[in-house]
Design a binder for this molecule. Structure first.
Ligand code: HT7
Ligand code: ZN
Length: 881
């Protein structure tokens, strides 16, 4: 496999003005007829390259005349080259046979639970017919689907249904026309046995849009939340960005077999069923939030991705980073904004930072790739969203909106680049963002170091800042400073923010602030000092409020300062952050004692600080629940050179147990006060109450095995649960304690839910992530359990993905966990390259761990390489070794 480079981009020399596709769906084979109206852009006859994979070519025609292989065209495993097409306009006809029923990669057209379903992003359309399968070739699609009426009563594609009818031999057909030009990756086809739940939305200009969610009949009662989320998304996009829906129909289909979360095909979104279906009994609050966010995300793509799309796949973050930002803002609007921000930052810090520090590190706009499937990453999505958020922080809501408006005005109907987006933001605001663009080009997480000086005589407060940009394997180029927006507040001794009047940026330039209490500093140099004037008393600085840039902040803060900020910071993100920093410092200190074989001593003042947040009724309950969470084992291990992940886990568990013991009475009090009976509602109040109730339960669970009173409470809580949020919380708490109660609860849960595959995913995940020693044996049994199916990505993500989160078993010092994972990857590789590649992901972090573990993982990576894996897996393994 070889790499593809951004620098090699060339415009496609032909326009495809229209495509007409006919699908004859069959059990043994499906035949695809395609007719494209093509014109040469250059007016010359240059070879025309088409993509195609796993296709049986039955015929190729220009203007109705058959072409001959070797004479008129050359065929390879992945391409078809028409040597000298006409220099003007012509029609290109193509007939291919495909076998969706044997397609286990779930890429292109495949079958899921007896139904036909497609997935074309990024390069799946080429598994359907020969075509220039690249996002800058946009055209209008007409699609005729012919299939058995009984087996496939529902026939769907993009756009509007313009004709349908019966045919001989028990068949029927439907014709769909999409009036909007689109790239092939947004094409979709669905055919099968579905029922539709229907609703309507009237846009602000009065268009009545039919909304339909298609599911298997037995699941149609679980679509209400998805439908509500869709309507909320449509309204929100009108209100916040002035963006209206542009067709009379919006369809969503739930598929059980799906490689990712969902897909934004024009007017025919296909969703992994776990991101559509919810009922109080089967879905948790977490699931409800995820559904709302992903329904929003795919809907928002209609403008950011579909109406304005990417010129090439290096620009993926143009649509994904921007759409993640939009879905984050939508979820913040629907829920608690600070909690949503904390949630998003936790993902960036625990997972994207790790990616940025590993062998697959790449910029938000990568410069090269082997398989684009491997670049649907946390960097492109989540760091990409952080980059968009920084425009917003720098330009303000109004300036950002002006930039968005100009972007759509300039580029509607086009396939463009992240540079075009940047230019729209600059031009709309008549400003220069200077070295901000480097956020797209340079990989790696910058470290921002800040030291502070208060000058009592001059009444000034200075922040001395420097940025460090790490070397990353994707490039040898020396890195230049990136514009970092640093949002700052100065907290006075009374706990109130001090008014800020003006700040000097180190070059003599002074910004007048007025009397605001936060200010965004623009750091543009490698090192730079900022001096606030008129600061009457020595403050405690609150730096990088709301996580205003995706950087590692290194700042000297005493435990006293952190406790002060935990109690007083008006910025809820930094209030939470202060608690995280306090406890991280504690765990890392204790780890040193533990590794020296010394006794660990809990710092009671930290228990007190945590307890006071837990009991602070002036704070939102969901925020309090989040403030109780400790940084993950992964995030902690990331702070240590050559970490032993099992030791980190053990010390973290010690701190959890110590906090639980120190706060036991308060935890019981919080649990009881919030253990309210009544119908489940996925509203803010209900979610917050369950969040704090269940965080208390989870802490109490840490005392479980040795505390009969607590164990009884957990069992009662499990038995009396009336919704999945509470049931899973109780099951999770019980499962931390090996013994009969655990075995009984797991069995009873399975018996209750064995007919609900989405609930069984939770059951698999919970057991897989267990830190009970020797759980690998259980994993091997679960592989053979009827609840598991290696061909279903959701089951693989729950069971195998879940296992890689078990510090004790996945990271077992003898390497058995790594060997288990490699066995699965080798097996998956033959079935589903995209899922296999995702499962190799955990191995890419091996350089973080101690020598012994590094050796074991390297051995397994080599074993995978020796098995001659597919391109997707090869790229990751090769780059890791
Ligand atoms: N744009 C979609 C990406 C996607 C995808 C990519 C590769 C392979 C399978 C896939 N399914 C969906 C989803 C999104 O980000 O909205
Ligand atoms: Zn997306």
């Amino acid at each position: 496999p070889s790499a593809i480079y951004l620098s090699d981009y060339q415009e496609y020399p032909y326009s495809v003005n229209e495509i007409s596709l006919t699908f004859d769906l069959g059990e043994e084979k499906t035949t695809v007829h395609s007719v494209c109206k093509v014109s040469s852009k250059t007016g010359a006859s240059v070879p025309m390259a088409l993509n195609g994979e796993d296709l049986e070519l039955k015929g190729l025609y220009i203007d109705g005349k058959p072409l001959a292989e070797g004479v008129d065209y050359d065929l390879t495993a992945k391409s078809l080259l028409i040597k000298s097409p006409p220099a003007g306009d012509f029609t290109l006809g193509c007939v291919t046979d495909i076998e969706p029923q044997n397609n286990t990669s779930l890429n292109g057209l495949y079958k899921s639970d007896g139904n036909f379903c497609s997935q074309c992003e990024a390069e799946g359309f080429r598994c359907i017919t020969y075509y220039p399968d690249r996002p800058d070739v946009m055209t209008k699609f007409t699609v005729k689907i012919v299939g058995d009426k009984e087996k496939y009563p529902v026939l769907l594609s993009n756009g509007n249904l313009v004709a349908e009818g019966d045919l001989e031999g028990g068949k029927h057909y439907a014709v769909w026309v999409d009036p909007w030009k689109k790239p092939s990756y947004l094409f979709a086809l669905v055919a099968g046995q579905y029922v539709a739940v229907e609703d309507k939305f009237t846009t602000r200009s009065g268009r009545v849009v039919d909304l339909r969610i298609y599911t298997a009949a037995h699941n149609s009662s679980k679509t209400q939340h998805a439908m509500d989320s869709l309507k909320h998304s449509m309204k929100w996009d009108e209100d916040r960005f002035g963006l209206e829906y542009d067709l009379d129909l919006f369809n969503i289909v739930a598929a059980d077999d799906f490689n990712m979360g969902a897909m934004e095909n024009k007017s025919l979104n296909v969703f992994n069923s776990r991101l559509v279906l919810a009922s109080p009994e089967t879905a948790t609050d977490f699931d409800y939030n995820r559904i709302e966010g992903v329904i929003g995300h795919e809907y928002f793509h209609n403008w950011t991705g579909n109406r304005v799309t990417c010129r090439d796949w290096f620009q993926l973050s143009l649509k994904e980073g921007l759409t993640v930002f939009r879905d984050q803002e939508f979820s913040s609007f629907m829920n608690s904004a600070p909690v949503k921000r904390i949630d998003d930052v936790m993902i960036v810090r625990s997972r994207q930072f790790a990616e940025d520090a590993g062998p697959m590190a790449h910029p938000v706009r990568p410069a090269s790739y082997m398989k684009i499937d491997n670049f649907y990453t946390l960097t492109v999505y989540d760091k990409g969203a952080e980059v968009i958020r920084m425009y917003h922080t720098l330009l303000g809501e109004e300036g950002f909106r002006k930039g968005m408006d100009l972007y759509f005005k300039r580029h509607d109907g086009q396939a463009v680049t992240t540079d075009d987006f940047y230019k729209a933001m600059e031009d709309a605001n008549e400003t220069s963002l200077g070295n901000f663009k480097l956020w797209y080009k340079q990989a790696g997480t910058p470290t921002l170091k800040v030291s502070t000086v208060y000058n009592e005589a001059a009444k000034t407060f200075t922040l001395n800042c420097s940025q460090e940009l790490p070397k990353t394997p994707d490039s040898d180029e020396e890195k230049s400073p990136q514009l970092i927006p640093i949002k700052v507040g100065l907290v006075g001794p009374d706990g109130e923010d001090l008014p800020l009047t003006s700040v000097e940026d180190g070059s003599g330039s002074v910004s007048e602030i007025g009397q605001a209490t936060t200010f965004v500093l623009r750091m543009t140099e490698m090192s730079q000092s900022f001096t606030f004037k008129d600061i009457a008393v020595k403050p405690v600085p609150s730096v990088l409020r709301n996580f205003s840039a995706p950087v590692k902040l290194v700042i000297e803060q005493s435990n006293e300062d952190l406790k002060f900020l935990l109690a007083n910071d008006s910025d809820e993100f930094n209030k939470w952050e202060a608690g995280q920093r306090l406890v991280t410092r504690l765990i890392l200190d204790l780890l040193k004692s533990y590794e020296k074989g010394e006794d660990m001593q809990m710092d009671d003042s930290i228990t007190e600080a945590f307890a006071s947040v837990l009991m602070d009724d002036s704070l939102d309950k969901e925020f309090r629940a989040y403030a109780m969470e400790l940084p993950s084992t992964e995030e902690l291990a990331d702070k240590i050179d050559k970490a032993d992940p099992v030791n980190v886990y053990r010390v973290r568990s010690f701190v959890l147990r110590s906090l639980a013991a120190g706060m036991k009475d308060k935890l019981l009090q919080v649990y009881n006060a919030n253990n309210v009976k009544g119908p489940y509602k996925p509203d803010r109040e209900g979610k917050s109450r369950r969040a704090i109730r269940n965080v208390a339960l989870s802490y109490l669970g840490k005392l479980g095995g040795k505390d009969a009173e607590v164990m009884a409470l957990l069992n009662t809580s499990f038995k009396e649960a009336t919704n999945m949020t509470d049931q899973m919380a109780a099951l999770g708490a019980i499962c931390g304690n090996p013994g009969q109660d655990r075995d009984n609860a797991l069995k009873s849960f399975y018996d209750q839910w064995s007919n609900e595959p989405l609930v069984i995913l939770k059951w698999l995940g919970l057991q897989a992530g267990s830190n009970i020693e020797g759980n690998l044996k259980v994993m091997k049994e679960l592989l053979d359990h009827p609840a598991f199916d290696i061909k279903n990505p959701n089951k693989v993500y729950s069971l195998i993905g879940g296992f890689t989160r078990s510090a004790v078993n996945y990271h077992a010092a003898d390497g058995s966990g790594y060997e288990f994972l490699a066995d699965i990857v080798i097996k998956l590789d033959k079935l589903n390259p995209q899922v296999a590649a995702r499962m190799v992901g955990p191995f890419t972090k091996y350089k973080k761990y101690d020598e012994g573990r590094q050796t074991h993982i390297r051995g397994q990576l080599q074993r995978i390489l020796d098995s001659k894996p597919c391109e997707n897996v090869y790229e990751i393994v090769f780059k890791s070794l």
